[in-house]
Design a binder for this molecule. Sequence first.
Ligand SMILES: [Zn+2]
Length: 248
Amino acid sequence: MRQWIKWVTGFLALSVIMVMIGAVFSKLDEKKGNGGISPVAATEVDRPVTVVIDAGHGGEDGGCIGADGTLEKDLNLAVAAELCDILQASGINAVLIRDEDKMLYDMYGDLESYEGQKKTYDLRNRVRFAEESGCRLFCSIHMNKFADTKYSGLQVYCSVNDSDSITAGVRIQSYVKNYLQPDNSRQIKRAGSEIYVLNRAQMPAVLVECGFLSNSEELSLLNDGEYRKKLAFCIAAGIADSLCNFRT
Ligand SMILES: [Zn+2]
């Protein structure tokens, strides 16, 4: 019986999020010229908006580890793949930088040997991929970890190289708070040189720390596929909303 109630509650919550996101995506359609709210040149109407989604870490770089052995790289890929599917279904040209479990240091075959430079090239290639794609937004997906296990909640870091990064960060953070984590009082953060991909990316760029693997409650949520789907819906809604409000 309890399982049944849980299933119905989950279904209803997902339905609400889907209705909400539908409204946001139709707003994006109007912005693209299909609804007539923002007049745009004919050449812009059918131009697909590209969003690059970066599942952090991969391969020998597992990222942080939960108490139950959960690896950050696996959750990153699971959330990134959900997010990519939702954005693609809405007509956005969403692209995953990695869709398998591997580091990306040899993506472009720059060197004979990457020994001692794997992490540097891995991060450099993620930014290069985003730059060469001509994307409107770079969104990197990660998980958090902290010594004090009481901390939980999604938090978005924003690049300071393009002010539209803040637009995206604020909206992702607020959709997650409004529809998934009502107690989340975290604010977006402006990233410095400590976050390589945000420091180097010249396009609007955000890094989403989806939750804390050090918090057992949040860890079990992140390990639940239905929760990850809701999380991805909220991030997607934030992205779609922000694309309608980019300054450039
Ligand atoms: Zn990470």
